[in-house]
Write a new protein. Sequence first.
Length: 190
Amino acid sequence: MEFRLNNSRFIKGFALSGFILAVAGCQSGDSGNVLNAGGDKAADETKVLESELRAFCPPVKLREGTAYFNTYTKGGQDDPAKMLYQASITDVTRTCSNAGGTMTMNVAVAGKVVPGPAGAPGNITMPIRIAVTRGDEVLYSQLHKYQVAVGDASAATQFVFNDTSVSFPTPQQADVQVFAGYDEGPPKSQ
């Protein structure tokens, strides 16, 4: 009886140890070398340097009044009953990389398009501007005509837009601002 009890504990302990090693191997990212015997050469090549972690990557901000974009039927400007769609930006983010004195950013904008009372399935073109400034100096500015296909006229459609080409001289100080938002341009003359 005592032998069976000890044998059972041994088998359970052995199985638990094997499970822990298997899980550790799955999470290591190296499927061919579970115990990582002999070192990990790939990890050395893809290490993130401390200087990269501490490097300045300007946050993306929304300027007041640029988070919403309304589309109306022809001649129905500002009439709620004639609204086709209302688009809104719900989140912004970015990644940065530095090489050769140039900062390159991937700026992402997420949002949704909600149909209005006059809305119908179809494409909507949204004017999304990405701009980078240092004080009054414009370092980058690009207006994108981004299209979103709206299917059901009774449900919101989500979208994600990326501008991967944002580049400017690497800032020496944290004095650069990045803006994203809708830019309808100057008001049309009536």
